[in-house]
Design a protein. Structure first.
Length: 239
């Protein structure tokens, strides 16, 4: 429960925001929002000393040196998230459209499936906000979902990095020219085979036509010669 632990450390220690954010795995702005009472939700503090994650000596060492990084004494028990859509408290559900609008405006490379997992919403809602056909579109104001408490900065950064990796072109190896993509090689091979087939068919037709013309010309030539030099009629002596 990093937010609850951070809330307790903000209220009960003099640790810097950077130390608390680093220890709890949060963004420094999240910790600062808790300290300034600007967070959209109030977390019940969770004592890390009581749970065995920190000691009083470790906290005092951190308070004495703002550059000191707190060492966790005992890792918290991981709680696996059950399958299904992300649960969002009722008090935060009206903030979902604002968070979706912020992601669509600032990170259009993030897919609808990623937005659904981050915010806990549906594709229909995302499309309605993107197409400005949402029933409450006039009151939707893009707001950072981390500030709204809909997701953590770590989850948002991971989604942005994954989306950027998916849409970014492959970098060429140093010393080699970037490959030029001209299409699917299989399509080019099929086109070449089709062109060769057509050429063979046209050549066969041309050869057959030439043979027919040559045969007709030979027949006409033989006919003209026969007409020019007719054979004499046989008589009794020749027979």
């Amino acid at each position: 429960m990093p937010h609850a632990t951070a809330s307790w450390l903000v209220d009960n220690t003099a640790l810097s925001f950077t130390q608390i954010a680093e220890f709890c795995g949060l963004h420094i702005l999240e910790v600062q929002a808790m300290a300034d009472d600007l967070a959209s939700s109030k977390y019940t503090g969770r004592d890390p000393v009581h749970s065995g994650e920190l000691t009083h000596e470790e906290i005092e060492r951190g308070q004495a040196d703002p550059e000191y990084s707190l060492k966790m004494q005992k890792a918290p028990v991981d709680v696996s998230r059950t399958k299904g859509p992300r649960y969002t408290p009722v008090s935060k559900r009206q903030d979902k459209p604002d968070g979706i609008a912020w992601i669509l405006r600032n990170h259009p490379e993030i897919s609808d499936a990623q937005i659904g997992r981050l915010i806990g919403t549906t594709r229909n809602t995302i499309n309605a906000i993107r197409e400005r056909s949402h029933w409450n579109i006039a009151n939707i104001q893009p707001k950072d979902p981390v500030t709204l408490g809909l997701c953590s900065q770590r989850e948002l950064d991971a989604a942005v990095a994954k989306a950027a990796k998916r849409v970014a072109p492959a970098e060429p190896v140093e010393g080699e020219e970037a490959p030029v993509v001209v299409g699917d090689p299989r399509d080019d091979k099929e086109k070449l085979i089709e062109e060769l087939r057509k050429e063979r068919e046209e050549a066969a037709k041309a050869a057959a036509q030439a043979a027919q013309e040559a045969e007709a010309e030979a027949w006409l030539e033989a006919k003209r010669e026969a007409e020019a030099n007719p054979e004499p009629e046989p008589d009794k002596d020749s027979i």
